[in-house]
Design a protein around this ligand. Structure first.
Ligand SMILES: NC(=O)c1ccc[n+]([C@@H]2O[C@H](COP(=O)([O-])OP(=O)(O)OC[C@H]3O[C@@H](n4cnc5c(N)ncnc54)[C@H](OP(=O)(O)O)[C@@H]3O)[C@@H](O)[C@H]2O)c1
Length: 165
């Protein structure tokens, strides 16, 4: 199993995976010293850095579940002065991050019997607001990514995991 990160929902996912008997749990974190959870192997990972993602994928060859959890949110509307810059940053983490991780780990998941990818989205994927406009756009893009991956991974057998219950 692979996920990120060291705080918030990432920490809750790691605890839950351990509690449910996952044989191995990796946590992709920018600062491994922040991770204080016994039984979890920290992997230094910034999801915006392609070379680090490739290195993590080549190290974690036994992954059967990828949780794309890393995310950032910046307040502001589409018409605010810094909206383009803000969009680039949030798309970089919230869309290109899971895209990059999914590309890097799809072959690993396939080699391990199909596996599954869990992308952490948001209500903001569907409901945009001026408070978190760019965040919503990035999470909408991540939703489209999730739908697209479902089709592309069907050949892996992974799609059975991605269907809504
Ligand atoms: N909290 C909510 O109400 C809520 C609601 C809907 C969806 N979500 C989504 O849930 C996910 C987790 O959020 P959270 O609430 O647990 O927030 P959080 O506590 O701020 O956790 C976000 C985590 O993402 C990591 N991260 C950010 N950029 C990264 C990068 N470039 N590479 C690697 N890790 C990176 C952060 O690592 P550092 O510790 O290094 O900063 C942090 O540990 C996010 O995708 C968020 O959009 C949250």
């Amino acid at each position: 199993m692979k996920l990120h990160n060291a705080t918030g929902l990432g920490l809750a996912f790691a605890r839950e995976a351990l509690g449910r008997g996952a044989r191995k749990v990796y946590a992709g974190v920018r600062d491994p010293s922040k991770l204080r959870l016994a039984g979890v192997e920290a992997i230094r990972l910034d999801v915006t850095r392609p070379e680090g993602v490739a290195a993590a994928a080549s190290r974690c060859t036994d992954v059967a579940l990828l949780i794309n959890n890393a995310g950032i949110a910046t307040v502001g509307g589409f018409l605010s002065a810094d909206s383009i810059q803000s969009a680039r940053a949030q798309l970089g983490t919230n869309f290109f991050g899971p895209l990059r991780l999914s590309q890097a780990l799809a072959p690993v998941l396939g080699a391990n019997g199909g596996g599954a990818i869990l992308n952490v989205l948001s209500a903001a994927s569907w409901i945009n607001s001026p408070l978190l406009a760019m965040y919503g756009a990035s999470k909408s893009a991540a939703w489209a990514l999730t739908n697209g991956l479902r089709h592309e991974l069907r050949a892996h057998g992974s799609s059975r995991w991605l269907r809504p219950a």
